[in-house]
Write a new protein. Structure first.
Length: 91
């Protein structure tokens, strides 16, 4: 399953820690947006890790959007780093 993870973290230290964790799971597609592909059980592990490490504070925001397999090929990207699917088609 693919997910789009977006965040708004006030504290630089917490934001840098979050980025280091998310880089282990997926690819940064914009400054505060990551795209990850992992099974739901691993997503649950990721959430627990973020809570246990107290990376997300009360004034912070973390959004996780599921991207279904039929929706993902419809993602449109314009500008740098175009999205290339498994067939080599640039979106």
């Amino acid at each position: 399953m693919r997910y789009l993870i977006c965040y708004d973290i006030e504290d630089d230290k917490h934001r840098n820690r979050l980025v280091k964790v998310l880089e282990q799971y997926g690819e940064r597609v914009q400054y505060s947006v990551f795209e990850v592909q992992l099974p739901p059980s691993l997503l649950k592990t990721l959430r627990k890790r973020l809570v246990a490490q107290k990376i997300i504070g009360k004034r912070d925001s973390l959004l996780i959007y599921p991207l279904c397999e039929s929706c993902y090929p419809k993602v449109e990207r314009t500008g740098k780093n175009p999205l290339i699917n498994s067939s080599g088609i640039v979106f």
